[in-house]
Design a protein around this ligand. Structure first.
Ligand SMILES: N[C@@H](CCC(=O)N[C@@H](CS)C(=O)NCC(=O)O)C(=O)O
Length: 241
């Protein structure tokens, strides 16, 4: 198996998944983790596009099967290696809708809020106010929805940690960077700590990142992310291919 990834929220989901499977006692095959340099545009190469026509990490390659989309990768791994991360009976329908909810709602909205907050330096401030308002308000609505779930149980879908928690966590943990205030929701703050305290989550977040910067980036790293983020989020990339 090969995982093509980068240290970003959508990448971390799969790293965490692999580490959770190991933690659950699954004997995984050897997995080659290949780091994709998004700043250099490696996601646009012919070789990459053969495995993911959508030109984004993460990609999982299992023999002849190439899987794009982090949600699909989590589901693939969860079905191939059954554990409590995804029930294999009817109760999987308590989990899968929340996985889809993350990839269709929370990911794009938090990602867009982050881009306008941190990365789009070349855009006039006045043009940013509408998207910042729109994505900020929607991010807050999504947090309220999450808070409703967490008022019923410890994790998003139930008292069990599942692939839905794995999908949601990397985006919500970055709330300071995206300037989406989760502190209005103490249950979400507690959930972030509960998820972070899992050993497999710590190991998953560490792929390709110096240990001392797993939870707190250095000023140098922040500057690097800000500049690479602006390259990635830029419309200039639309000219490629
Ligand atoms: N819906 C996709 C989103 C993947 C995605 O946006 N990946 C980002 C990194 S977090 C990426 O590869 N960006 C490169 C680019 O936009 O050029 C998923 O969940 O896998």
């Amino acid at each position: 198996m090969q995982l093509w990834t980068s240290p970003t929220p959508n990448g971390w989901k799969v790293n965490i998944m692999l580490e959770e499977l190991i933690e659950a006692g699954v004997d995984l095959p050897d997995i080659k983790v290949k780091s994709i340099n998004l700043q250099k545009g490696e996601q646009f190469t012919e070789k990459f596009i053969k495995h993911n026509p959508n030109q984004k990490i993460p990609v999982l390659i299992d023999g002849e099967t190439s899987i794009m989309e982090s949600g699909a990768i989590l589901q693939y791994l969860a079905e191939k290696y059954p554990t409590s991360l995804l029930p294999n009976d009817h109760s999987k329908w308590e989990v899968l809708p929340w996985l889809y909810w993350q990839v269709a709602n929370l990911g794009p909205v938090f990602g867009n809020k982050l881009s306008y907050t941190r990365y789009m330096d070349d855009i006039d401030e006045s043009l940013k106010s509408h998207p910042l308002e729109r994505f900020g308000t929607e991010a807050n609505r999504l947090l309220k929805v999450m808070d409703g779930q967490l008022s019923k149980h410890k994790f998003i879908c139930s008292n069990n940690f599942t692939i839905a928690d794995i999908a949601i966590y990397p985006w919500v943990r970055g709330w300071k960077w995206s300037k989406i205030n989760i502190t209005k929701y103490p249950q979400i703050v507690d959930w972030v700590e509960r998820v972070r305290s899992r050993p497999a989550v710590g190991r998953g977040l560490a792929y390709g990142v110096p240990k001392e910067e797993i939870d707190q980036w250095s000023e140098e790293r922040k500057a690097q992310y800000a500049s690479s983020g602006s390259t990635i989020a830029s419309n200039k990339n639309l000219d490629r291919n």
